[in-house]
Design a protein around this ligand. Structure first.
Ligand code: DAH
Length: 383
């Protein structure tokens, strides 16, 4: 029997004699109504046909004369046996409320897509509520999804370097970025008259205070605080009077390393840094130590690695040399130990300093350091 045929008969003619029968009959009607309404809500109907479809549905269901609902009223409610009237009445009211949803087209016109989905999603679930459907929040909808951030490449590389040294038994020390001239220069054996000071002479807050130009001052602070033996790395931000370009930034990052103990030799330095380079850049990498100068180390050296881009054959990155310079290092100058309150007669040490940003550039093949500090999500979300 079709729905039209059913609503044309009385309950008695349909053989419905109890509350349960009434309930399932109305449930059937609601289900049919919902099914017909669904394509409209879920946009199954092309935009051009919506008006027509909606009108047809409305006529079929809601027409005063001959509409399915009014036939239900006519044949089921009005002509129901006395004892079933209350229950039929209740179901009929609910059905009428439910059917107010047939006005959807009017509502949908002004409802933005987000709410339209709400209407669609909760269809039929809370239909008893008398609140107009376009105003009712749908608590079953998923919440807003905020995009998740990612770890900044510089932080990522910093942690990676830290992990390698933590694995070797080093611990992490930090120091202030606004530093005294004494720690930043003097105690590191860079007196005011020393030409090397020019390289770092920069960004004064006042006469005795600078934005630190390297992480080396933390060496002194840590020696003072902890004494020997000492195995530490010191990551952090540094500042220099550099104009920004693809390889320079007035703010950048360094990691400093320091080992102080009895009988520390250059062999310890070489062994540790070679191990580190292989862990970070890959086992195939070779290291090369060449003489250099830093006021706080004696002897001083520079470490280069065999070019990771061309396997030391020579390329754009290594400027055809096959080698890339990756850090400064050396045996801690006795004066520096002394300034840190450690007896240079009893202890010796090695130290190194490297630029984290540069490591991140090498690791991820990034050719402009500025990208790290521009906060461009298109760049950052790649990590
Ligand atoms: N402080 C140096 C710089 O900023 C880097 C450095 C070189 C640190 C040698 C050291 C070292 O500890 O031994 O360029």
């Amino acid at each position: 029997m079709t729905l039209e045929e059913k609503v044309g008969k009385t309950l008695a003619e349909l053989g419905v004699t109890d509350a349960q029968g009434v309930e399932s009959l109305f449930a059937e009607v609601r289900a049919a109504m919902e099914a017909e309404r669904q394509p409209l809500v879920s946009q199954g109907v092309p935009e051009g046909d919506r008006e027509k479809t909606c009108k047809a549905l409305r006529d079929r269901w809601l027409a005063r004369k001959g509409g399915l609902i009014s036939l239900v009223d006519e044949n089921w409610l009005k002509r129901s046996p006395k004892e079933l009237k209350p229950v039929v009445g209740r179901h009929f009211n609910e059905l009428r409320q439910f059917s107010s949803r047939m006005e959807l087209e009017r509502l949908l016109k002004d409802v933005p897509a987000q709410q339209r989905r709400a209407v669609e999603d909760d269809a039929g679930q809370h239909w008893q509520d008398a609140v107009p459907i376009d105003l009712r929040p749908d608590l079953t909808l998923p919440g807003y999804r905020r995009p998740l951030g990612s770890i900044h490449p510089v932080t990522r590389v910093m942690r990676e370097i830290e992990d390698i040294f933590l694995g070797l038994g080093f611990s992490i020390e930090t120091g202030p970025e606004v530093e005294t001239v004494s720690y930043n220069f003097d105690k590191l054996n860079i007196p005011e008259t020393h030409p090397a000071r020019d390289d770092w002479d920069t960004l004064y807050v006042d006469e005795q205070t600078v934005l630190r130009t390297h992480t080396s001052p933390v060496q002194i602070r840590a020696m003072e605080k902890r004494g020997a033996p000492l195995y530490i790395i010191m990551p952090g931000k540094c500042y220099r009077h550099d104009n920004p370009d693809s390889t320079h930034s007035p703010m950048f990052h360094q990691i400093e390393g320091l080992a102080v103990d009895t009988d520390i030799t250059f062999a310890d330095l070489k062994g540790t840094l070679d191990f580190f380079a292989k862990k970070f850049f890959g086992e195939k990498v070779r290291t090369r130590f060449s003489p250099s100068f830093f006021p706080f180390t004696e002897p001083s050296g520079e470490v280069s690695i065999s070019c990771v881009f061309c396997d030391a054959k020579g390329c754009r990155v290594c400027k055809e040399s096959g080698w890339i310079e990756v850090m400064g290092c050396g045996m801690v100058h006795p004066e520096v130990l002394h300034h840190g309150g450690i007896d240079p007669e009893k202890y010796s040490g090695w130290a190194f300093g490297l630029g984290i940003d540069r490591y991140a550039m090498l690791k991820y093949d990034i050719n402009d350091i500025q990208l790290f500090f521009q906060s461009d999500v298109r760049f950052l979300e790649q990590f």
